[in-house]
Ligand binder design. Structure first.
Ligand code: GDP
Ligand code: MG
Length: 162
């Protein structure tokens, strides 16, 4: 069985951009419009001789009321199927309203989670991740899905745990 990595996070944080970079798939819908990828989307990637599966998701809205609807069914299913979860955030935005509730939800799943601070290409690495320590999900990792910075070390670190 290949290790499965699920990409979750708010719309527009760069999940599909990272999916494409990790899988070289043309299928994921990468758009400037938030929330366009509605269902789970699978791709296979490889680092060195180690293959892995990546699951893209349509996003956690964080806009509706209540913890139950923070993550829709597709996101929950993707997390259930995953061996590791990347919780993507926009490093330029900092912590958002529902992040603490989402962090609590993610901890409840019992899955290993890495907080990935995307869009960090023009930010100091420590500044990019500083705020996200407060989520209590371990050391956040700064990357740029669009430019590629930090992506290989991130995936390498995760694959080392399998
Ligand atoms: P998703 O909704 O989470 O799947 O986000 P997308 O992958 O569709 O990306 C949303 C927007 O953010 C697009 O305009 C991307 O080009 C942009 N984006 C994604 N990754 C980066 C990044 O590392 N740096 C910057 N500056 N923009 C990015
Ligand atoms: Mg998307």
């Amino acid at each position: 069985m290949l290790p499965v990595i699920a990409l979750v996070g708010r719309p527009n944080v760069g999940k599909s951009t990272l999916f494409n970079r990790l899988t070289r798939s043309r299928d994921a819908l990468v758009a400037d419009q938030p929330g366009l990828t509605r269902d789970r989307q699978y791709g296979v990637g490889q680092l060195g001789n180690r293959p892995y599966v990546v699951v893209d998701t349509g996003g956690i809205s964080g806009e509706r009321e209540g913890v139950e609807v923070l993550m829709d069914k597709q996101v929950r299913l993707a997390i259930e199927e995953a061996d590791h979860v990347f919780y993507l955030v926009d490093a330029r935005d900092g912590l958002a309203g529902a992040d603490e509730q989402i962090a609590a939800e993610l901890r409840k799943t019992g899955k290993p989670v890495t907080v990935v601070a995307n869009k960090s290409e023009s930010l100091d690495r420590d500044l990019a991740t500083a705020e996200f320590h407060a989520m209590g999900l371990g050391e956040p990792v700064a990357i740029s899905a669009a430019h590629g910075g930090g992506v290989k070390p991130l995936i390498n670190r995760v694959l080392d745990t399998f």
